[in-house]
Write a protein that binds this ligand. Structure first.
Ligand code: GLC
Ligand code: GLC
Length: 650
């Protein structure tokens, strides 16, 4: 085995490649010498990492040098077509890499069609986004997708075309620019684990073109699929058993295609460097339309190896880091957000300035719901104390709901420390949120129930899961009040705990479940559509009417958003958990640049006591209450109101 000095080899390789690039791209170089100069500068800085990572994955390829040259040509071409305003943004972001740590950051996410019909509709909602305070807008998949079932756009037929009813790529680029002028960064998905079976690559593969057959993982017989399936988890067991789908029209006798999710979502084969290179092209194309953050969809699944569960493998990290190096060279403003809804030990492995600077925080989300159901904060406090800290140049994206189901991704080992059995507890949570546990306030639906294992996950809007649906339809004003407090309480934690809070648009009004998906053949089999309703603009009109539910939720949320934005203590990710003898109260301190805030969140529907000594210990007495309805006496224990969120500036 020969050992290489990677650093030296990377320099040698670049020396060999540069003249070839310059020659190949001479027209661009002479038209834009300054651009070429900047490109070379970044290449010198980041090529060593790119080379090392690419070599780590593709060293066994006899044609390594060919693919590497092809990749660099792609990067240079993408850079030459990068608009000037984005090149300026690149410089600004490089100077201020911490920009997303600010307490001014606030994210929102929505579907283009459901929220505003099309891209122009989204544009016309910019004043609303500004009113809400958004600085980050994630538009759910909007690229060309098959008609009918397409997993909410997560089956992409072309990464360079907008799904026709929504608009065009030109309109998307214009929208990105207008959002940026309004102080809002555009976020879109890069669905890079799979393509739709209607994507040209898949069509060529179906036609037997060997070049493209190699883009996917296609097998002529069951032999390999059977071997892989020994160790794979089923992701969408409702849809198809195992991870492969048989297509009779492949080869002459049919073939088995790796389809982790739906049968029409074909997993790409990243063992083939051509797949990496072509996906890098697609990524940079999006970046050049003005997309500032790419949500890397289903990151856990992109690398596969026989004998493993093919999730979270080291190869997946190497690939993402290589994509990161690509971005640093050709679109430096671009950030990655990882979508790894997996065990907390694995979630954090994707987070790093050199991998994904941002990550969903599925653990916080799941444990907020857990705390509402159990009225206890021990798992939440433990997770925040032990698992919240991440690299200082990265940030969590905190959320309470998104378009997907809720999976109970806490760690069994953590739960065991409190004598909680993980699988029993998940069963309880599923029963609770399906509304089947006695006394449950929730109205959720099961998602992907697996009869073999008894597992399931939960669908439902924030408001319906927090009790508003049941309270409005079956109970009375007291329960309605409690449900609204629950909605605000979990949003309050998400807004203040550290990181970028992300609001699933519709939740700011207390939107309830929408059961009409059952009448739609393209959606009826997927309960996640219960929490993907069309925005009701008549309800939005009521957002400033304090006598309406919409108004109360909206105004409550606005207060919390203002709290976040007015106090620098909520910047960054510094967090200290306060240990309180009361199991219902989460206490934490946030500090940033010399500013501090102390927070108490009561997860119980009853008043709770905080001992006076805590107030002394944290020097709270006499300090300003920034949020909350509880009264705090001097020198005596404090009573915190049901589901109150009490904040002191200290
Ligand atoms: C991600 C999406 C989910 C989709 C899956 C397959 O997990 O969030 O909605 O079903 O990827 O693309
Ligand atoms: C699985 C995947 C996750 C995805 C979800 C979609 O849980 O692990 O990435 O979001 O399915 O429902």
């Amino acid at each position: 085995m020969l050992t290489l000095n990677i650093e030296r080899e990377s320099r040698r390789t670049l020396q060999r490649l540069l003249p070839r690039l310059e020659n190949e791209l001479s027209d661009f170089v002479s038209a834009d010498p300054q651009g070429w100069h900047e490109f070379i500068e970044r290449l010198h800085r980041y090529f060593p990492s790119l080379f090392r990572l690419y070599f780590e994955i593709y060293d066994i390829r006899y044609d390594f040098f060919f693919h590497l040259e092809d990749l660099l040509l792609s990067l240079a071409r993408a850079w030459f077509s990068r608009p000037d305003d984005l090149r300026m943004l690149d410089k600004a972001r490089e100077k201020n890499p911490h920009w997303f740590q600010s307490n001014q950051m606030l994210g929102g996410v929505c579907y283009v069609d459901l929220f505003a019909t099309n891209i122009d509709g989204i544009k016309s909602r910019i004043p609303y986004f500004k009113e809400l305070g958004l600085t980050y807008l994630h538009l759910m998949p909007l690229f060309k997708a098959p008609d009918g079932e397409n997993d909410g756009g997560y089956a992409v037929s072309s990464y360079r075309e907008v799904h026709p009813p929504l608009g065009t790529v030109q309109q998307l680029a214009e929208l990105a620019r207008e959002l940026r002028n309004a102080g809002i960064s555009l976020v879109v998905d890069l669905v890079f684990n799979h393509t739709a079976d209607e994507h040209t690559w898949a069509k060529h593969a179906k036609a037997g073109d060997a070049e493209y057959v190699d883009f996917y993982r296609i097998f002529p017989s069951r032999e390999m699929p059977d071997a892989y399936e020994q160790t794979l988890r089923e992701i969408f067991p409702d849809e198809h058993a195992g991870a492969f789908t048989f297509f009779a029209d492949l080869f002459t006798t049919g073939g088995w295609v790796w389809t982790t999710f739906h049968s029409y979502q074909w997993d790409l084969n990243y063992a083939n460097p051509a797949v990496f290179n072509r996906m890098a092209d697609e990524m940079l194309f999006l970046a050049n339309q003005g997309v500032e953050v790419i949500r890397l969809d289903a990151v856990a699944f992109i690398w596969k190896e026989m004998g493993t569960n093919c999730e979270n493998l080291p190869g997946a990290h190497t690939l993402i880091q290589a994509f990161n190096a690509v971005a640093r060279i050709a679109a430096p403003a671009l950030l990655f957000k990882s979508e790894a809804i997996v065990h907390p030990d694995d979630v954090v492995k994707y987070i790093d300035p050199d991998e994904c600077q941002l990550s969903y925080n599925p653990l916080l989300m799941a444990l907020l719901w857990n705390s509402l159901a159990t009225r206890e904060v021990k798992l939440l406090a433990q997770a925040l104390a032990a698992r919240f800290k991440i690299h200082p140049q990265s940030a969590w994206v905190n959320y309470v709901r998104v378009h997907d189901d809720i999976g109970w991704t806490f760690s069994d080992e953590d739960a065991a420390q409190f004598g909680i059995n993980g699988s029993d507890h998940r069963r309880f949570l599923n029963e609770f949120y399906r509304g089947r546990f006695e006394g449950s306030f929730a109205r959720g639906l099961p998602f992907q129930e697996n009869p073999k294992t008894g597992d399931c996950r939960i669908s439902g809007t924030c408001a319906s899961l927090a009790g508003l649906e049941k309270a409005l339809r079956e109970e009375g004003p007291h329960e309605v009040e409690l449900a609204m407090r629950r909605i605000l309480l979990i949003h309050a934690v998400s807004l203040t705990v550290g990181g970028i809070p992300l609001i699933y648009l519709g939740d700011e009004l207390g939107t309830l479940n929408d059961y009409t998906f059952r009448d739609d053949p393209a959606h009826e089999r997927d309960s996640r559509w219960v929490h993907r309703p069309r925005a009701d603009w008549e309800k939005y009109e009521k957002r400033n009417d304090p006598s309406s539910i919409e108004g109360q939720v909206y105004q409550g949320l606005q207060k919390l958003i203002a709290l976040r934005k007015e106090h620098d203590a909520f910047s960054g990710g510094d967090l200290e958990i306060i240990s309180i003898e009361n199991e219902h109260i989460l206490g934490f301190v946030r500090s940033h640049a010399g500013k501090r805030a102390v927070i108490f969140a009561n997860f119980s529907e009853n008043s709770q006591t905080i001992p006076a000594r805590i107030f002394e210990q944290y020097s709270i007495h006499g300090k300003k209450i920034l949020h909350g309805v509880s009264k705090v006496p001097t020198r005596a224990d404090a009573i915190i109101e049901p589901l109150d969120f009490l904040v002191f500036g200290v």
